[in-house]
Structure formats: C-alpha cells, structure tokens
Design a protein around this ligand. Structure first.
Ligand code: ATP
Length: 352
C-alpha cells in the first residue's frame, strides 16, 4: 500500500486564497482525518489530491509516484488510482447494487469480482445485490458507495463527509463498519469531517485546519490532550475561558488556584481554557486541589451527562458551562464545591 503526501499546497479561487502552504502526510495503511470548521479548505485539499481541482502550488505524491507538481505535471483523476466517496454517494440509479460496485472494475479482474461478493457479505449487503439504489436505506447506500470506491483496489481512498447524511445511531454503526473494512484491507485513507468525535474515532492521524492552514497534526489523543492553541482546544466541545495572570515563571493564578504553565513568563496575561467536562463536584469530606465554590444557575439532564451553568462565588466573569456524568441536577441557587482536573486545563498567552 502507498501513503499520500501533499507538500506546500496553496490554492486561490479568483485571487482569494483558500489554502496557504499546507503540507500533510498520510502514512501507508493509515486513516487520517481533516478536521476543521466549514469553509476552512478541507474539501478543496481533498479535491486537489483527487485531481478534481487543478494544482496551483506544491506537489502531490502517492507512494513513490509523483501525481502532480505545479506547472509541470497534473495527472488526470482517472489515472491516479484513487478511490473517491462523497457525501451524496452518487450511486447510478439505473444500476443494481452489484453493478454499481463493479462499475469501475475491469471484467478481466476476476479476483476483484470475487472480492465484491465477499465484501457484500461483510457489509451485511449479501441479500441486496440485485436491488436498486432507491430500494435501499441511507445506511445501505452509504455502504454500497464505500464498496464501489474500494472495488477497483485504489492506492488510496478519499472520503468527503461520508457519514453526514445518516442519523446519529446509524452513523455510529456505519462508521465502525467502515473503519473495520479500511483496517482489514490495510487501506490508506484521507477523510474530511467537521465532527470531532468522528475524527477522533476514525483517525490514526488528526489534521486540524483553520482558515486555509494546517494548525496541528498528530495522534488524535495527543491533539485532544495537548492542543496548541485556543482554537484547537475549543474544537472538541464546550469550553470556558477565564483570564489568568502568570504570577511567577511557569505558574498561573486563577479563581481555581494556581496551575502549571510551561514556558509562560511572569507578568503575562493568559487565557485559561477549561473543558466543560473538566469539573468534578466534591461531596462532604472530599479533598482536592484547584477547587472553588460556585452557585448553580441552571441544571439540565442531556442523556449521558448533565449540563450545568455555574457562577463563581465572587462573581468572576461569565457563567461557567460544566458537564457532569449521568443525571446530576442540583437545585438552582444551591452552592457547590467543585474541583478542576488540571489535564482539562489549557493555558495560552492572551492574543497569542
Ligand atoms: P465545508 O466543511 O463547509 O464543506 P470546507 O472546509 O470543505 O467546508 P471548502 O469547500 O474547501 O471548505 O471551501 C473553502 C473556501 O473556498 C470556501 O470559502 C468556499 O466558499 C471556497 N470555494 C470552494 N470551492 C470554490 C469554487 N469552485 N469557486 C470559488 N470558491 C470556492
């Protein structure tokens, strides 16, 4: 299997820059996810990899094959040996499931034909080979589209928001099946998503983009635990931003006591970002560091967790958003003693 390498990619539409010197590597046999807000350039980067968007700057390589180099080479999409899957699935309505999947496979490739029947089985589609797309559910169409992209045995697979049309339950199930199939076939894949949970679940490497730039890349757990800035910290769900002061080199004072802040010099004003899930309610007799007394404003159960709005006793700043596991609904107006998990606190110099 081959890996994908995109180097120094810049791109503009009508002189408006949408990608700025982006370089990414997807290791052979691994899944990488491009994660970022709408309009940050994820799909454009994917389309450049596929050859659907002409390359303006940089180069694209799959394995040891240079596919595109600005001004010199731009291999057409059909000659790139790349599998594509977009969010609308784009199945051929006049072909049944088996013919849709086999569409790009040379009839002489008997091994791939055999692969198709095995793959239909594995994706729980064996009884559906002669059905037409309109006779399938959304989840079944998604799986047919995935098999169609994989059937010609592409070097790499590019997926653009492949699960966005599915409801929450189906989405979890289908993405697990998809990941299993990618892993089983040792496929190199680059997937676009704006869902951080999906990106964490699917990827070996997370590539975070913002405003046309790559902001951070790495193993999803490392990116979650060590975001490089407020933007990345905020990507994974609700956070709280407090102002803090670096009282001595590497130590920051906040309403929850002091926290370590590596590399921050004394006197610097900092943003202290605390994840909503970074709080713990203390009960009588509990001891912990980094605690504060708060007053409950509102408390709502939202399924697996409860969402509380809290104000700090001394009226510091905006209300805090906190998420506690399970059903935890203290009465509005009641006081709580809460502790902050330092692993869920991220400190960045203000305006850095
Ligand atoms: P989303 O998550 O909403 O799909 P994205 O991160 O994939 O967004 P792109 O689709 O790559 O973002 O778009 C990046 C920017 O380029 C956007 O501002 C978009 O409006 C613009 N853009 C994309 N395609 C074209 C085009 N063909 N012509 C002009 N502008 C374009």
């Amino acid at each position: 299997m081959s890996g994908l390498s995109m180097k120094n990619i810049s791109h503009a539409f009508s002189n408006r820059s949408v990608l700025n010197d982006v370089s990414i590597d997807v290791e052979s046999g691994k899944v990488a996810c491009l994660l970022g807000p709408s309009g940050c350039g994820k799909t454009t980067l994917l389309r450049i990899a596929a050859g659907l968007e002409p390359l303006q700057a940089g180069e694209v390589t799959v394995g040891d094959r240079l596919l595109a180099q600005a001004g010199k080479l731009d291999t057409p999409p059909e000659d790139r040996n790349i599998g594509l899957m977009f969010q609308d699935y784009a199945l051929f309505p006049h072909l049944d499931v088996e013919s849709n999947i086999a569409f790009g496979v040379d009839p002489g490739m008997s091994e791939r034909r055999q692969w198709i029947s095995g793959a239909l089985d594995r994706m729980s589609l064996s009884g559906y080979a002669t059905r037409y797309p309109h006779e399938l559910s959304g989840g079944q169409q998604q799986r047919v589209a995935l098999l169609r992209a994989l059937a010609p045995d592409p070097s790499i697979l590019l997926l653009d928001e492949p699960f966005s049309g599915l409801d929450v339950t189906l989405r979890a199930q289908v993405r697990e099946q998809t990941l299993e199939l990618l892993r089983e076939t040792g496929r190199t894949a680059l997937m676009v998503t704006h869902d951080p949970e999906e990106a964490m679940f699917m990827s070996d490497t997370l590539l975070v983009m913002n405003e046309g730039r790559l902001v951070q890349s790495g193993h999803p757990v490392d990116v979650y635990r060590h975001p490089v800035n407020t933007f990345v910290a905020n990507l994974f769900g609700d956070t709280n931003a407090l102002r803090g002061q670096c009282v001595e080199a590497g130590r920051v004072e906040t309403p929850f006591g002091t926290f370590a802040a590596k590399g921050v010099t004394a006197g610097t004003t900092v943003d202290v970002i605390i994840r909503a899930e970074g709080f713990r309610a203390l009960t009588d007799g509990d001891t912990a560091s980094n605690t504060a007394t708060v007053q409950v404003t509102t408390a709502y159960p939202i399924g697996r967790s409860s969402h509380l709005r809290l104000v700090l006793e001394k009226g510091h700043g905006a209300p805090l958003h906190a998420r506690f596991p399970g059903v935890f609904i203290p009465a509005p107006g009641s006081e709580l003693q809460i502790a902050v998990d330092p692993d869920q606190v991220f400190i960045f110099p203000t305006n850095a």
